[in-house]
Design a protein around this ligand. Sequence first.
Ligand code: UD1
Ligand code: CA
Length: 454
Amino acid sequence: MLKTLVLAAGRGTRLKSNTTKVLHKVFDKPILSWVLDGLADLDQEEIVVVCGHHSEEVKDFLHAYPVTTVDQEIQMGTGHAVMCAAHLFEEFEGTVMVVNGDSPLIRSETLSEMYSYHKQAESNMTLLTSFLDKPGGYGRIVRRNNSIIGIKEHKDCSEAEKTIREVNVGVYCFEWQLLKEGLSKLKSNNAQEEFYLTDLVEWAYCQGLNINNYILNDPREALGVNNRKDLALVYKLKNKHSLEQLMDNGVTIIDPDSTWISPDADIGPDTVIYPGTFIQRRVSIGSNCVIGPNAVIHGPVEIGSNSSVVQSHISRSSIGDHCNIGPYAHIRDGSDIRTGVRVGCYVEVKNSNLGDGTAAAHLSYLGDADIKSNVNVGAGTITANFNSFTGEKSETVICSGASTGANSVLIAPITVNESASVAAGSVVTKDVPENMLGIARPRQEIKRLPGAKV
Ligand code: UD1
Ligand code: CA
């Protein structure tokens, strides 16, 4: 029987931020969410999260997760955080796995393997440890005759202890009924005047309990986020892993050093990603696409196959097969672009549908518009969707086979019916009927220039 306890109450002073540490994001997803993903595969009865600093925001975020929360109103250290949750495990006869909420790189496989090892070794306490070349900042695993006798926090280490390379990663399996008593024995007479959870190890050793460690295969998983440099490193490592997986799956990444793709992106084979591309989470792209250079895509976004997105920005929209987007297009939230659509240079599309075969090739603003199939949107067409007096937004409908001339302004609400046309330079305020031409511009006059010779 297993329950997990995530410590997420700390402020993260070293980040120097108004946002609490565990809500800092990597690929648009809070650190805490990455940590919870790592727990997802464990066969556990309950996940408990200790909240403290900015607890309301953390709890709001946790609403989407099946977790129990508990408060640590004043943050007096990791040992104190566990004490605040202890009443929830009072009668629990199994293992409590305690996980630091600021270690987003630990994989779910690692946690499952560690738990299996803990059970198989009939361990009373198992620590996740790693060997680091530069162990600065981490708690050191102190051994005597090879047995673990304690953890020394970096700030409390002697010079000799600082040379120990084996560190505490911040994940522990505790046989709860054997270890809970030790929590009440923790003291705060240390460099940080906190109740360290790590002091439980020495207590357990003195009780003669069976303490073991499980070593990380990949020491990079040990990284805990304490400052902005750690955050940048987490971003880099998540990205590296994500790009490697995509390349293994048949995606060409021309320059991994200048390409950023969220690990949850799904990209089909033979798609080529050009340099300078940034793909945030929840993006799916089909096969044989060309993305970039310099494409920015904020999910949720779905792009079909055989499409291109060049030097463009797309957010929360869907794009079909055989589309050409950009260069310099801006596809904003809520847009649905179907098959074989062209959205060209300096075209902004917001909350609009563009049907099959439609083209808006140059210099347009299409907002709150329902544009059906095979429409030709002329250069410089503007849907005037916003009434600045009432503050209301209205819809423009352009039916199949219609076209708008260059520099036309469609004052919404308005409909251009099937196969109708709007003449270039028109400001149209009334619906244009099927197969008709709407023309709304002053007639051209020809006048003699003053003083001109006949
Ligand atoms: C901790 C360990 C250290 C280990 C390192 C691994 C202790 C005393 N030290 O140090 O041995 O090498 O993690 O990354 O545990 N937290 C609370 N309440 C508090 C204080 C912290 O919930 O009162 C939470 C934080 O939000 C964080 C986690 O506990 O998620 C770890 O706290 P942090 O202050 O980052 O500990 P480290 O100094 O990194
Ligand atoms: Ca930390």
